[in-house]
Design a protein around this ligand. Structure first.
Ligand code: FAD
Length: 398
């Protein structure tokens, strides 16, 4: 077999939110002779929109653009998937047998969703009221289930792994509950947030505001409960109590599942991974802890911050500045401070905007109390953020 070999200045593994953002900003600087994105997918999704798609506000197609249309000017795209990292010889091997050597490597392939880890989920997802906003294929089933709901128990789960956007599992619950009120069936429904976590949110100020909402609206929260199996046909879900180990079976009319997630398999088995499988990077400089010419960011990285596109918006300039410093033999002085953000959509038309760092400090943008539900913040989530994403971040303008 003839091996297809390439040699590039900068190789970016993963052309998603992080990969395109970094490539677009780097290309504008015109410092490196070649920048290449290695990305297997023909399409890219603005995943934050899936919360609103699942609530019937947008069709799923509005979250999608062709990858070819997003590849920044001056950047090459190899449509293939990384399979093996050989960092000692600055080389990546792909699934179709390409061999790509690089001078600098940026790794950002996002997260893998472990649908298989919940027994019975794959077989039933999208039918029998078993739904999830966590994939393009299943997101419209969420709206179908909410729209068709008449009475009974609506369950919303949160797994015992890190996930994309910690607020998304409860966002869809608030929207569903609000919809049940709008169509006058709320008295016939029980809405339950069944979470493997300890509380509704990790930052006290937002948790306090959310707990008031849960209480006022009669939403039941049930913590330390990890969904382990679903019987779609009989509409039953089994949860394991993470403290006692006891299992509880709950009947449901609909269940929105946030599945367990982790770093992709090809990262977990690679020399780039830490003991938990994430790309092992320094939390300030974003440089790999073993291989200095490798950087990482985004959902697959070892950063302990909550995994969001908003976090990537702050990680990307730090990574770029440090990559350029390395290229110029200067010290790496740029520091990521762990910023992340999560719009909590508490109703149709209302949002609380959580912004915080990995030490739990609030880092709010606006000069008002962001833990209050506001229609201005909903407008920001629904109309402004998508625009800032497609026209700002992905074009290297933020
Ligand atoms: C329902 C939902 C709601 C969300 N809400 C918000 C929100 O309100 N605000 C917010 O900021 N964030 C939100 N997020 C999270 C946000 O979408 C992610 O944090 C962000 O997209 C992560 O970017 P990434 O580049 O790390 O991964 P991705 O954007 O997922 O991109 C990873 C890319 O790597 C590619 N890839 C995978 N394997 C390989 C391989 N072997 N070789 C090469 N490439 C590969 C993939 O095809 C993909 O294109 C939400 C996510 C979901 C699912």
């Amino acid at each position: 077999m003839k091996i297809d070999t390439h040699s590039v200045d900068i190789l970016i593994v993963g052309g998603g939110t992080a990969g395109i953002t970094v490539a677009a900003s780097l290309a504008k600087k015109k410092i490196f002779s070649s920048i290449t994105i290695l990305e297997p997918s023909k399409v890219h999704f603005y995943q934050p929109l899936w919360t609103l798609v699942g609530a019937g506000i947008f069709p799923k197609e509005s979250s999608e653009k062709r990858e070819a249309d997003l590849i920044p000017y001056g950047v090459d795209w190899i449509q293939d998937a990384a399979e093996t990292f050989l960092p000692e010889i600055n080389t990546v091997l792909t699934t179709t047998g390409r061999k790509i050597s690089y001078r600098y490597l940026v790794v950002c392939p996002g997260m893998e969703i472990f649908w298989d880890q919940i027994q019975g989920l794959k077989e039933t997802l999208g039918t029998s009221g078993v739904v999830s906003n966590y994939s393009y294929e299943s997101v419209e089933s969420t709206w179908r289930a909410i729209h068709q709901f008449k009475k009974g128990r609506a369950l919303f789960t949160f797994p015992n792994t890190p996930i994309k956007c910690g607020g998304a599992p409860q966002n869809i619950m608030y929207l569903a509950e609000d919809y049940f009120r709008k169509v006058n069936i709320r008295d016939d429904c029980e809405v339950v947030f069944a979470s493997a976590g300890n509380s509704i949110f990790s930052i006290k100020k937002y948790a306090d505001a959310l707990n008031i909402i849960l209480e006022k609206r009669g939403i039941i929260s049930w913590y330390r409960q990890n969904l382990i199996a679903i019987d779609g046909k009989n509409k039953q879900a089994i949860f394991k109590n993470l403290d006692t180990g006891d299992n509880t079976t709950l009947a449901f009319e609909m269940i929105h599942v946030t599945p367990p997630m982790g770093a992709p398999a090809f990262i977990r088995r690679s020399p780039l991974a830490n003991s938990e499988g994430w790309i092992s990077i320094d939390k300030f400089s974003l440089q790999h802890t073993k291989f200095p010419n490798i950087f990482g960011l985004g959902d697959a990285s070892s950063l302990s911050t909550s995994r969001t596109g908003a976090a990537i918006r702050k990680q990307s300039p730090v990574l770029i500045e440090n990559l350029i410093s390395l290229f110029r033999d200067s010290p790496l002085t740029a520091k990521y401070q762990g910023y992340t953000s999560c719009p909590l959509v508490t109703r149709y038309g209302k949002v609380i905007l959580a912004e915080f760092d990995c030490d739990g400090n609030r880092c709010e943008t606006f000069p008002f109390d962001q833990s209050k539900e506001r229609s201005s913040l909903y407008f920001f989530k629904k109309h402004i953020l998508p625009l800032l994403y497609w026209e700002g971040m992905l074009k290297g303008r933020l």
